[in-house]
Design a binder for this molecule. Sequence first.
Ligand code: WTA
Length: 637
Amino acid sequence: MINKIHSLGGYIHEYQKSIANPRAFWGQQAECFYWRKRWDKVLDWNFDEPSIEWYVNGKLNITENIFERNLYTHGNQPAIIWEPNDPNDESRTLTYRELFEEVNRFANTLKRLGVVKGDRVALYMPMVPELAIAVLACARIGAIHSVVFAGFSANALQERINDASAKLLLTADGGFRGSKITPLKEIADEALETCPTIETVVVLKRTKSDVKMVVGRDIWWHKAVDGQSTECVAEEMDSEDPLFILYTSGSTGKPKGIVHSTAGYMVYSAYTFNNVFQYNAGDVFFCTADIGWITGHSYIVYGPLLTGAQTLMFEGIPTWPDAGRFWDIVAKYKVNQFYTAPTAIRALLAQGNDFLEGKKVDSLKVLGTVGEPINEEAWHWYHDHVGRNQCPIVDTWWQTETGGILISPVAGITPTKPSFATLPLPGVQPIIVNNEGKELTGNSVAGNLCIKYPWPGIARTLWGDHERFKQTYFSTYDKLYFTGDGAKRDEDGYYRILGRVDDVINVSGHRLGTAEIENAINEHPLVNESAVVGYPHAIKGQGVYAFVVCGELSTGGVDGIRKSIMQGVTKIIGPIARPDLVQIVPGLPKTRSGKIMRRILRKVAEGDVTNLGDTSTLLDEDVVESIIEGALVDVKR
Ligand code: WTA
């Protein structure tokens, strides 16, 4: 059993223990798992190279810790409860034993298709049980999974497949999302035109859409698994063998392949799942994320399944058939812990309380949020209406790179404050530094959020680019992991996340690099250059505001070019990155050395131009004047 905190005193005690002797603390948390061979040393690390190894020389397989370890007690209990997009379609429940057999069957399928330990398998799939099955099948045989969110475009998929040199792609004919169908196979085919490493494509039949199957490359899922054994011995993995790659956006153009390792990630996802949400045996846990993001990896798949929990997986969207869908699901399965993003809460809040009224949501015990700062209005609505003033809210701060939650209340134990992630979990040592890297000690300070000591879930590298890993996270401030977020610590020592301090924006809880969007805009034949910034958006948290310099205007005029720029970004990255506002400008505000002064653009985008700060280094003040004027006249908000 994973150790659980039961009281505020218990939290303080565990925290102090974890700081005084991190190795002893994390060694103890790993005891309950099944190891083929125990570790020699709990931790070896330095943040200079950086090199981080947890449970050194341990041998294990994470799926043995999900299945073999749990089957005796949980074999006949639900593991995955799946709710389809259409509420009138049949739902599915897989017990641990059934899931185990499906995982083994697919693991054998992968082997037959030539996948071996260390190979990369890309997944571009809808939210159906087969996605979780395939992820675990990869882990069973030691293949490295790389799940690509099914909302990404062909171009984005191709880029991720090629960066990881994936051998196999798992996809589906299509995916249901509300009233729409995403033509996944068609998009995948377009991507695969330039993916030389892909040998085989396994296609799940989901929407029954008409798709083209390429002879010699494509194979139907149901045919591939047919006749495969439901027994498969797990591959023995080293603690530090990569478990998966997950791409995320950074401040520079190309997405980064975050690499997580086996043992540390296992211990950390399970420990945080149990403690933050205070999951108890028999509870139903519902995380609304997509498995294409880290939240789905850690808190739909690994954390819950390592615990023997019942994890609910939902294929659809919160607003279809109507904005009461989440609450219908909560009522249908008597959900106990519900975990979603502030953007979903704001979208549902905006629809009023009618969709919530009369819904039987009294099974709820804990509410969670993740992905972006939650504003007080959304926090209170969540707390008062969804939680009926009875459920603690856990505002969980973490990142793709951290593998699991770092700063968060422990549900029902840590006193909460709206919009505060509150206190670090045991083993997590945050510090706030100023721009010169000097630690700001004491309370009531604000600055850049860093972590000064490793925790087991920390990413180990970027796939194929360790130097970039070092540059991005360990070079800004000496001997510290830099999160890219700003934070303040208040008079009680509580942390409040203020948002990104780099060129990353957070749109509807999706992390997007402004450079990535600019690159996509610059592909447009009439565009000379562009600059993208975030601006406050009532539902999305941040919206995408693009300032664009065009050579000449096409016959469609300004509106035509705006539209085609938006379409271009949708095509190159995906609809999540589509600019909300496009302003055509005569030039960008630059310093004499040619650097774009984004600070000024952010101010304009925020609609606050009363104080632009120091503009003395500007090359051309007139450009700023016309941008301000254009923002008022041309941009319809
Ligand atoms: C932001 C998602 C405020 C933050 C798990 C972080 C948050 C980025 C919170 C990581 C929170 C995440 N409050 N901001 N509770 N949680 N963020 O990699 O800016 O998709 O750096 O991981 O989301 O996004 P990612």
